[in-house]
Design a protein. Structure first.
Length: 254
């Protein structure tokens, strides 16, 4: 009888512990990774929607579609007015427009969709800020050298900060380029030089022939920063940032 009571007590404690673990505060890194995954889907869907919207609207005012290349600005304008004759600042452009005339109900639906896309853009920006705040707090070294959002994205692609800290820099360099790498292995052709690290300003601003070297250097510093954030408590943002900047200038001047 005493044995059964002890068994019941052990089971009760185990259930209470499991309940506490399930209801405990969510891990910030896990929240960040989930948010990045959602942001990736949101941005992909939004890019597709904007592309189709531009094509649709060009029937009415193709000149504006050619004039405003930046999507955010294009949508902002059309969320206020879609009739080319009434869009402020583009009256002269509208005078010689070769676009077709639309009915009032056509303008109404186009404007409503533009407003909806604008809301999605704002949601994406808010989500980026949320992700960035977590990254800055949880991984200061990585965020310091990559920028908050890029740091979060590379942690997501690596499967977590711990995994990123354990990967060789050559693997980190290719994170986000898996499809291109597989295509190269299967069909031949040029191998990719970088993955998501292309989003780093020092990589994309260089000529194509030098991007691989810059991405390789940043990948190495990325692993070092991830190890500091995961296993240590030192802050080497200034040191690593200076080295990355010096490498960029060296390659730029070659």
């Amino acid at each position: 009888m005493v044995f059964l009571n002890q068994e019941d007590e052990i089971r009760k404690k185990a259930l209470e512990q499991a309940k506490e673990e399930l209801t405990s505060e969510a891990d910030q890194e896990e929240l960040m990774v989930k948010a990045v995954k959602y942001l990736e889907t949101l941005d992909q869907e939004m890019a597709s929607r904007i592309d189709k919207y531009r094509d649709w609207y060009s029937l009415h005012f193709p000149e504006l579609e050619d004039e405003i290349l930046e999507n955010k600005e294009f949508i902002k304008i059309l969320s206020k007015e879609t009739n080319k004759k009434q869009i402020k600042g583009f009256e002269e452009l509208a005078k010689d427009s070769k676009g077709k005339q639309l009915r009032e109900k056509d303008h109404e639906i186009l404007m409503n969709i533009a407003k909806d896309i604008k809301n999605n853009i704002e949601a994406s920006e808010q989500l980026e800020e949320y992700i960035g705040n977590i990254a800055e707090e949880e991984m200061p070294n990585l965020s310091g050298i990559l920028g908050n959002v890029l740091a979060a994205k590379i942690v997501y692609l690596a499967g977590g900060l711990d995994n990123l800290a354990k990967k060789p820099s050559s693997t980190v360099q290719m994170l986000g380029a898996e499809k291109a790498l597989f295509r190269h292995l299967r069909e031949g052709g040029k191998p990719p030089k970088h993955g998501i690290l292309f989003e780093h300003e020092f990589v994309k601003e260089l000529p194509d022939s030098k991007r691989g070297k810059m991405a390789r250097f940043i990948a190495n510093k990325t692993v070092m920063a991830a190890r500091l954030d995961n296993f240590g408590d030192k802050n080497k943002v200034d040191e690593y940032s200076k080295e990355i900047s010096e490498k960029y200038l060296e390659l730029k001047e070659e």
